[in-house]
Ligand binder design. Structure first.
Ligand SMILES: Nc1ncnc2c1ncn2[C@@H]1O[C@H](COP(=O)(O)OP(=O)(O)OP(=O)(O)O)[C@@H](O)[C@H]1O
Length: 621
């Protein structure tokens, strides 16, 4: 594998209100080295990581991966955000399998995908918990699981945001050791941290002052001397007053430290490996130079025995990982290595993959599945209990009940759709964001959600209508009328599902989505035209009612069962006055309502796509 150096020059970044978060930061990470970014909370570590990764463009300055600008979508790129990027409801091996199918080049054979998953699990010492549900893993195991996702392809550059946060010191040390092992194999590692011990395990430390200046850049063992402190903790205090370090070309601090990387490698069992002194390397070299330098480390098929007999970082740790990277065990790693821009699966295959993944997540989360199936059943039962039979009988109709039945069918269909959609995206946003960085297409992603949930909604709507009809809460009409009601209910559910997905994409976390529920439901009840007919609303209310999917569903249902005729010619004296107050509410064809509902469905889905795209563009924020 060709290792890639990372270099930033004169990076400046401003956020809202023109506040400068990064001020003229210049640094570099040598190919196959570990760069650790440290600094006080809010100093700009994550921001710098995102800029170095190329997922957040700087306002000024430049970033290069090797000789090229960063290309997260170009393959060989790994990014582990602070949040977990593995689905909690799936067994670990399943979530890795889906991740591998998304990340590996199109046409990768199934056994090769399995091989990549096996190797990533082994690399991270997670083989023993492969069958465990991710939600049941410990924090440290979940962190390693997120890293395993990124190791499914052999990244040339790997960025990690606080990978050791929440880990005990031993687990943190083991993780750093593992990362050093990866670097040794040619992956350039950049990570942020709050853990002083992590700094000592870096090749290069970049220390930011609280106001986003680079105040130290160099070997870990020069850090204390530089700040004139006795401990790393004290260095945090001193960093605020320290002057910025000049650009590297002037001082090249990496070239004069005596950090003993060999000793670290020895600890990894790699002490005998020949490796050039980190400090003696010039900053950036041509691809060819770097390749020849890294040759002893590069994993070639022909010389697997040249790899170190490494003591594992996590039981199996990196042991055997290089050997596993041979063609027979995992040909995809070489495919991923050689292709700078591997061709990933197309939109249709991606949609099918995401549909399968969503279905499995739903099926494995028993509570969600139970709520999904159970809540329509409960609501249908309540509807059946609420209304008396025969309200639609022309010989003795109950006009106000017929209007209410139409409304509650509309609202039931709306509520099913909304609640199904509301938690779909916000619960997995960190995963979507991460996948979006490299390969995920949002169209197939949203359509996969629709593909999974719409059939369940169709079944719920069909059941609702069937039960109401069988219990004589709907007219004994022909198949055409019932078909019209069914189309209306399904379209109402589809529009609500799309609205739920939009809300789910818009909120920052699941708690907010729950708070959105009454906000979204109330206007749909108030302005549907069922309780206060549209002709009786204020001008503002009537205007608002146009934006309510429930209005169009209610009108289409009323039109479908021909409420106008029932009220005008039925035997109830209540009919004509009711008709007078509802005016022309049901006078139009149901098709008009369907067009509105279809239009809203498309509108909400496009809006959900746009909101999600914007969220993903704003990197990890
Ligand atoms: N998109 C944004 N809009 C507004 N402020 C932002 C944005 N991105 C970053 N910031 C601000 O930039 C500063 C640096 O944020 P950053 O997350 O990089 O800090 P950090 O050093 O990683 O902090 P911590 O260690 O607490 O995670 C913070 O004050 C943050 O509020």
């Amino acid at each position: 594998m060709t290792a890639t150096g990372i270099r930033a020059r004169g990076v400046r970044l401003r956020v809202a209100g023109d506040r400068e978060v990064l001020r003229d930061v210049s640094l570099s990470a040598r190919p196959g080295s570990v760069l650790v970014i440290a600094g006080a909370s809010g100093a700009g570590k994550t921001t710098l990581l995102e800029v170095l990764a190329g997922i957040r463009p700087p306002d000024e300055g430049s970033v290069r991966h090797g000789t090229r600008p960063p290309a997260p979508r170009g393959g060989g790129f790994g990014y582990v955000p602070q949040d977990d990027i593995v689905h909690r409801d799936l067994p670990l091996s399943r979530t890795l399998r889906y991740a591998a199918e998304l990340r590996l080049p199109a046409g990768t054979r199934s056994e090769d995908i399995d091989g990549a998953v096996r190797r990533a699990l082994a690399d991270l010492g997670l083989t023993a918990v492969a069958g465990q549900r991710v939600g049941l893993l410990s924090g440290g195991e979940r962190k390693r699981a997120s890293i395993a996702v990124e190791l499914l392809i052999r990244p040339r550059v790997l960025f990690l945001d606080e990978p050791t946060s929440g880990l005990d010191p031993a687990a943190g040390a083991a993780l750093l050791k593992l990362l050093r092992g990866l670097a040794h194999q040619g992956t350039t590692i950049v990570l942020t941290t709050h853990t002083p011990a992590d700094l000592l395990r870096a090749d290069t430390v970049a220390f930011l002052s609280p106001d986003g200046r680079l105040v130290y850049r160099g070997a870990p063992d020069g850090l204390l001397k530089h700040f004139g402190t006795d401990s790393v903790e004290e260095a945090y205090g001193a960093a605020a007053e320290a002057p910025s370090v000049p650009a590297e070309s002037e001082s090249a601090p990496e070239s004069d430290h005596d950090y003993d990387r060999d000793r670290e490698l020895e600890a990894l069992g790699a002490g005998s490996e020949s490796e050039s002194e980190p400090g003696s390397e010039p900053e950036f070299k041509s691809e060819a130079e770097r390749e020849s330098e890294l040759e002893p480390e590069s994993e070639t098929e022909s010389e697997p025995e040249s790899e170190p007999e490494s003591e594992s970082a996590f039981q199996t740790g990196l042991e055997g990982a290089p050997r596993a990277d041979t063609k027979s065990e995992n040909p995809m790693s070489s495919a991923a290595d050689s292709a700078t821009d591997p061709k990933l699966i197309g939109p249709l295959r991606q949609w099918w993959l995401l549909t399968r993944r969503s279905a499995e997540i739903l099926a494995r989360n028993r509570l969600s599945a139970a709520v999904l199936v159970g809540s329509p059943l409960v609501i249908i039962a309540m509807f059946a209990m609420l209304f008396r039979p025969g309200a639609f009988d022309p010989a003795s109709p109950d006009p106000s009940s017929t209007a209410m039945i139409c409304f509650w069918i509309a609202f039931g269909a709306f509520f099913f759709g909304l609640t199904y959609g509301l938690l779909q995206i916000c619960t997995e946003l960190p995963i979507v964001r991460r996948e979006r960085l490299t390969m995920l297409r949002l169209g197939p992603y949203l359509m996969a959600k629709v593909a999974i949930l719409l059939p369940v909604l169709v079944a719920a709507d069909a059941l609702l209508l069937a039960v109401l009809r069988l219990l004589d809460r709907l007219p004994a009409a022909d198949a055409g009328v019932l078909g019209s009601l069914f189309v209306t209910a399904v379209l109402a559910s589809a529009a609500a599902l799309a609205l739920g997905l939009l809300a789910s994409a818009a909120v920052a976390e699941p708690g907010q989505a729950t708070l959105m529920l009454p906000l979204l439901c109330f206007p749909q009840v108030l302005f549907s035209g069922a309780f206060v007919p549209v002709p009786r609303m204020s001008a503002l209310g009537a205007g608002l009612s146009w934006a309510m999917t429930n209005r169009w569903a209610f009108e289409a249902l009323g039109s479908g069962v021909d409420l106008d005729a029932l009220w005008a010619h039925g035997a109830s004296p209540m009919g004509p006055p009711l008709l007078a107050s509802y005016g022309d509410t049901f006078a139009h064809s149901a098709v008009r309502g369907w067009l509105w509902l279809g239009g809203f469905t498309v509108l909400f889905l496009v809006a959900a796509w746009a909101v999600l795209a914007r969220k993903c563009r704003r990197a990890a924020r």
